[in-house]
Write a protein that binds this ligand. Structure first.
Ligand SMILES: Nc1ncnc2c1ncn2[C@@H]1O[C@H](COP(=O)(O)OP(=O)(O)OP(=O)(O)O)[C@@H](O)[C@H]1O
Length: 370
């Protein structure tokens, strides 16, 4: 039996494109080492999965602790990472271990490391050099045995050049660089990832029959450029369960119903990514700049270009898609509290519950996500 197929990496990361196999081999090779790993790649490509695979195959006995540096306000990040002693600041009514200490004997995953403020970059460097951590307000140097994995979708080398990321920290983190290629560069993975995501979705929601992707559907998926990478593919599958559960999905369905949530005029990819991000994450993360919300109704001019890209559009399907993503977004920013989400959508709570039942939406806003 091939030993590679038994690793956690081979189970966690689906796909057999040449670049994916190479990446998996690299993960398996560096996993047992204690050296820092820097995972780079575009948003949604699977960087967090790489961190998981590295941890699982490291043999380390501690936890995998994940911190998203972009999601924690700069002023809270130090106490979150380093912990604090009682009385260190107003509100510090008892001692608390930080994420560094929590990941002792395990792995600390610092996601979006490019968003770490400069003052903390210096402190992180000190931790890496001394293998110790000092809590905020404390004087003891607490010894640490952790494996650091950082991830970024930014070009850290460019940040070093323009002075926004410390060069010495960059070289310290970049001991084992791992690049996660965009999905569009490993289309050989699409079918396998799709099947795995469909199976996971079905396991979570056994009452909904899986959609059946025809050959023409696979062709349409292969032809697409996947700006949101695997996360976007996951959203397509979530939509397919809602719209085509138990039915055949054709290439036309893929193009017109599953991939058609685009900005009206096919414009610059940054704005298109922003739209996908806005509808994909559904956790209230503002992400890149979004088109501003206006209570003004949209104008026909905005949508005319759609008809130059598609012979027909599926009006009901689009309206349902928009309803699904807005409900999930409202639940996401309301921490799953249905009455708050209903207020945000200006509808009654019971109406929202009915819609959630009909559209199979979980109250955490992630019921249809992996
Ligand atoms: N090779 C893969 N096989 C199966 N699922 C995958 C694969 N790659 C990514 N996914 C799934 O795609 C989604 C996005 O992956 P992940 O969160 O790891 O991306 P990321 O690169 O860390 O994104 P971000 O830059 O936004 O943090 C997750 O649901 C993940 O489970």
């Amino acid at each position: 039996m091939n030993h590679v197929s038994q690793t956690a990496t081979s189970k966690i990361i689906i796909g057999h494109a040449a670049s994916t196999l190479e990446m998996k081999r690299l993960i398996e090779t560096v996993a047992p080492s204690a050296g820092p790993v820097l995972v780079s790649g575009p948003t949604g490509a699977g960087k967090e999965l790489v961190a998981q695979a590295l941890h699982e195959d490291s043999g380390r006995s501690g936890e995998l602790v994940a911190v998203n540096c972009a999601a924690i306000p700069a002023e809270l990040m130090e106490s979150e990472l380093f912990g604090y002693e009682k009385g260190a600041f107003t509100g510090a009514d008892k001692r608390r271990a930080g994420r560094f200490e929590q990941s002792d004997k395990g792995t600390l995953f610092l996601d979006e490391i490019g968003d770490m403020p400069p003052s903390l970059q210096t402190k992180l460097l000190r931790v890496l050099e001394s293998h110790t951590v000092r809590r905020v307000g404390g004087s003891a140097e607490i010894p640490l045995d952790l494996r650091l994995v950082c991830a970024t979708h930014k070009d850290l080398r460019e940040m070093v050049e323009n002075g926004s990321f410390r060069a010495d920290l960059y070289y310290r983190l970049n001991v084992f660089p791992i690049d996660v290629p965009p999905l569009a560069e490993r289309t050989d993975d699409i079918e396998a990832i799709l099947k795995s995501l469909v199976a996971k979705h079905h396991k979570r929601n056994p009452s909904i029959k899986p959609p059946l992707f025809a050959d023409s559907a696979y062709k349409a998926l292969l032809a697409y450029d996947w700006p949101g990478n695997v996360r976007e593919l996951r959203n397509v599958i979530d939509r397919a369960f809602v719209l085509f559960g138990g039915c055949e999905v054709t290439g036309q369905h893929v193009r017109e119903n599953l991939l058609s949530l685009r900005l009206p005029n096919e414009i610059n990819p940054i704005e298109r990514d922003a739209l996908w991000e806005a509808t994909a994450d559904l956790f209230g993360n503002p992400g890149p700049e979004l088109p501003s919300y206006s209570s003004e109704p949209p104008k026909p001019e905005d949508y005319k270009p759609w008809f130059s890209h598609h012979d027909q559009i599926d009006l009901r399907g689009h309206l349902r898609d928009i309803e699904v993503v807005l409900i999930e977004a409202a639940l996401g920013v309301s921490d799953g509290m249905v009455s708050h989400a209903a207020d945000k959508l200006s509808i009654g709570r019971t109406t929202l519950i009915e819609k959630m039942k009909k559209l199979v939406i979980d109250k955490n806003g992630d019921g249809m996500s992996t």
